[in-house]
Design a protein around this ligand. Sequence first.
Ligand SMILES: Cc1ncc(COP(=O)(O)O)c(C=O)c1O
Length: 427
Amino acid sequence: MTTDSLLQRRFRVLGRNSPLFYDEPLHLVRGDGVWVYDAHGKRYLDAYNNVPHVGHCHPRVVEALCNQARTLNSHTRYLDETVVNYAERLLSTFDASLNRVFFTCTGSESNELAMRIARECTGNMGVISTAYAYHGNTAAVAQISSVFTPPSKRGPFVRNVPVIDPYRERNGRSDEELADTYVQDLQHAIADFERDGVKLAAVLFCTAFSSEGLPELPRGYLPKVAAAVHAAGGLVIADEVQAGFGRFGSHMWGHALQGMVPDIVTMGKPMGNGHPLAGVVTTEDLMERFTSENMYFNTFGGNEVSSAVGLAVLDVLRDERLLENAQSVGTYVLSGMRALQKRHPLIADVRGKGMFFAVEMVTDRETREPAGARTKAVVNAMRQRGVLISRIGPHDNILKIRPPMSFSTQNADLLLATLDTVLSTES
Ligand SMILES: Cc1ncc(COP(=O)(O)O)c(C=O)c1O
């Protein structure tokens, strides 16, 4: 089976618009830690994927999955100790006020449920997201996923705030001034709703602002957002699908890193290391108010196997000290990227934290003109040389580098050396 014939077969059954990475799509057949292997046996360094959060096919996660699948897997309407153990362990990583959890199967489902809770409990309908956000694929969530949904399809109950871009917009301003400016954007969106007689139910944002380009948030910005949302009668929904489970190294959750306590937290991707496990964490009060009016259950969400997998992921994060690893290796990657920035004019800004990095590319550092086409070429050239990364941002000019949490300094050296070679060839 050649890659091309598999591609043609895929087109015939999954359609031509089902997204695939890279100009030359990858046919992967095996994964192990930070490595994946294609059908020809070529090895690639995975510096992109947060789904295999603790590493591809981690033996402890696989063992937990197989053991539980061999023992019992039904659905979620029986008593089961593993799901309670998992819920207790997961909730212990949150602020004490966030003490209830719903389990789901995808991040989309989690955001859908979070919006339902917010609308039900506030009695309001308006939801605000950013102008370049991705939160999932259900009908309601697609309306706030501005990256793929044009304004004409967002409906009357959605408003967007502009993407924040401190790299271009700081203009000598302090964090406080910048945060205040960005909160004014939010106030404008709330006022715009009010003009149309719509009241605010929630603001929903990814705490990494990942699709938006992983901007370096001005200190104090998210606490100010929360205060403004609450003053308008809405709730704060923090989407931790990308930032959660220690991605930033110093904190388990992106909102905690920013010093903010949301009303509702949604999570997914890394939670099950590839197994479809996701969730919504909220307060006792919000859960009680929502569930007393709405019967909610989820056949697969948090079933016996999913809970065993979720527990194994938390065990591995703890036992392999992967948050600490993200911090130390992350610092090493950032300094390596900044050294490359000095030698390669294409690199305009390097930012990130823990195991999440953004490398912004411009054609001219004075005008800061986004270098979208060249960034695409870099991503494809990296893939040809065996290192997997991607790109983000409204202009697709920002390298997105977000490896499994077990990424080592040796892996970082390979990433940096390959990027150096590619930039020397591309520039
Ligand atoms: C921030 C964010 N939220 C939600 C989702 C949707 O998650 P899922 O694809 O599991 O439905 C994604 C997926 O890319 C995401 O990045």
